[in-house]
Write a protein that binds this ligand. Sequence first.
Ligand code: SF4
Length: 118
Amino acid sequence: MIDKKLIDLQDPHTQDVVRSMKMFAESYAKSTNTYFCSDLEITQSVIIGLAKNKLESGAALCPCRCYSQKTEEASFAFWNCPCVPMRERKECHCMLFLPEQSPFSSSHQEVEMTLLTD
Ligand code: SF4
C-alpha cells in the first residue's frame, strides 16, 4: 500500500519529482532489460520513496534503507538510484528492477501512477 502521507502530493513540485522518478524507473528498466514487480503497488511505493528522498536530500537515495544523514549519504553516491549493486550486478533489493527470470517479476516496464494529476 502506498503511504500517501510520505509526501505532499498536492504540491506541484512534488508531483513533478514523482513524475520524473516514474520516467527514470521506466527508462532504466527498459535500458537494463529488467521488469517491475507483479505487485505494482511495490513499484509505486519505491518510486514515491525515491521522490521523497530526492526532495529531502537532492538525490534519489534508495528508499529501502535507513540513513542517519541523508544529505551526507547522497554525497557518497553509493545508494543513489541506480545504486552500485544494481549498476554492477543488477541487484535491486527494493524489487524495483527485477530480472525476467525472477518469480516476482511481471512483463511491465511501465507503471500507472494514479496519484499524479495528469
Ligand atoms: Fe534503486 Fe538500488 Fe534501491 Fe533498487 S536497490 S531502488 S536500484 S537504489
